[in-house]
Design a protein around this ligand. Structure first.
Ligand SMILES: Nc1ncnc2c1ncn2[C@@H]1O[C@H](COP(=O)(O)OP(=O)(O)OP(=O)(O)O)[C@@H](O)[C@H]1O
Ligand SMILES: [Mg+2]
Length: 363
């Protein structure tokens, strides 16, 4: 395919993206990774089993240095990473951190059932056998179990010659900041610094914001005009990206967000608040998307107290995670739940919903 910088220039020339000097300054770093992979000796192909048993070949030579691309929201980190995966000429995989960890958890369970001592190693070897370049979008570490797994996972992947590129909103030193037993996590930060070049995408522009800023994000009533407006925003935000349902897993349970593309999720009110979901589910959802679009929020009353309560919990989770919300609703936030238990508490939700409509929200 070639260079990331060529693809970027092509996209600008096609009018698909606007030139952004901060993004352009990242291009040599992205090109460098692909160049290094091209000249680095390819690790000898070993089956996962042979590698696991340590037979059949010498330890792989140290591979090219990866890249840790961090910066504020909507700056274009994921977009640049996509270009890189597209430009790569070696087996590459681009995956969202959250999704990848679910896959790893499933592998760990299998390894546990087999009674393996080091459960992470065989799982990491399986991944390493398939790819040379692993693009890991949105690394975020929120608990010590994840922290330990990711540390060990990276160690084995790197040892196997996999080149890792990740995006994150935080500088490595701030990963899992203030987390419990954080000292156990510190060697992982050293590993990142050693094996990955750390660069900051310091752009002035939040490209996502530009698309909804000044624009309406709350449409009422939820009629055909609202639907058309919501469809327009969806098209604008996703720009033809592949749409697929996303499985959100929490503590052994899971639910599907029906439509997800380019970090934007879309769902109907009843799918989200009419089913028995709780705070942990909404928190996981808030971590999985940057923008959530909810169609047809109804007027709520004492007769659907449970749905109203879930809606309050959902908005709290979205608010904490600073997820951008675009919605169609029967009425203005203040008029959605005026009677019944919890209507007093709903005032806070209404106020949050107002704040979340602000053009600056989510920055
Ligand atoms: N130069 C650009 N011109 C036009 N649109 C852009 C440009 N860069 C990024 N975008 C678009 O802006 C949106 C946000 O970009 P992207 O998702 O890559 O940001 P990000 O840095 O990964 O944000 P986050 O930290 O929230 O994940 C995407 O829809 C992307 O296609
Ligand atoms: Mg991103």
């Amino acid at each position: 395919m070639g260079k990331v910088s060529d693809l970027y220039r092509q996209r600008v020339a096609d009018g698909r993206i606007r030139p952004d000097p901060a993004q352009q300054s990242m291009l040599p770093h992205l090109d460098r990774v692909l160049d290094d992979i091209a000249v680095a000796p390819a690790p000898e192909k070993r089956s996962a089993w042979r590698a696991f048993l340590g037979v059949g070949s010498p330890p792989p030579a140290p591979a090219a240095r990866g890249l840790y691309l961090w910066g504020g929201v909507g700056r274009g980190k994921s977009m640049l990473m996509d270009l890189m995966a597209e430009a790569a000429t070696v087996p590459a995989r681009r995956v969202h951190f959250h999704e990848f960890m679910q896959e790893i958890q499933a592998g760990l369970n299998r390894a546990r059932q087999r009674g393996d001592q080091d459960t992470v190693r065989p799982v990491a070897l399986e991944v390493a056998a398939q790819v040379r370049l692993l693009c890991f979008d949105e690394m975020q570490i929120t608990d010590i179990a994840d922290a330990m797994i990711v540390g060990r996972l990276f160690q084995v992947l790197l040892e196997q010659g996999v080149v890792i590129v990740t995006t994150s909103n935080r500088v490595p030193e701030d990963l899992y900041k203030h987390g419990l037993n954080r000292q156990l996590f510190l060697p992982f930060i050293d590993l990142i610094r050693q094996r990955m070049e750390v660069v900051c995408l310091d752009s002035q522009t939040d490209h996502r914001q530009g698309r909804t800023a000044g624009g309406q994000v709350w449409f009422c009533p939820a009629d055909a005009a609202a639907r058309t407006a919501m469809d327009g925003i969806w098209d604008e935000l996703t720009q033809g990206a592949a749409v697929a349902p996303q499985r959100i897993a929490v503590g052994g349970r899971s639910f599907d967000l029906p439509q997800v593309a380019a970090g934007v999720g879309r769902t109907g009110f009843w799918d989200l608040c009419g089913t028995p979901l709780g705070p942990a589910d909404y928190l996981a959802l808030s971590r999985a998307v940057k923008v959530l679009m909810i169609d047809a929020i109804p007027r709520l009353s004492a007769s659907n107290y449970n749905e109203a309560k879930r809606f309050v919990t959902l908005i709290d989770a979205l608010y904490e995670a600073r997820v951008r919300l675009v919605a169609s609703a029967a009425d203005q936030p203040e008029q959605l739940y005026n009677e019944g238990e919890g209507s007093f508490e709903f005032e806070r939700t209404a106020s949050r919903l107002r704040e979340m409509q602000d053009a600056d929200w989510g920055r």
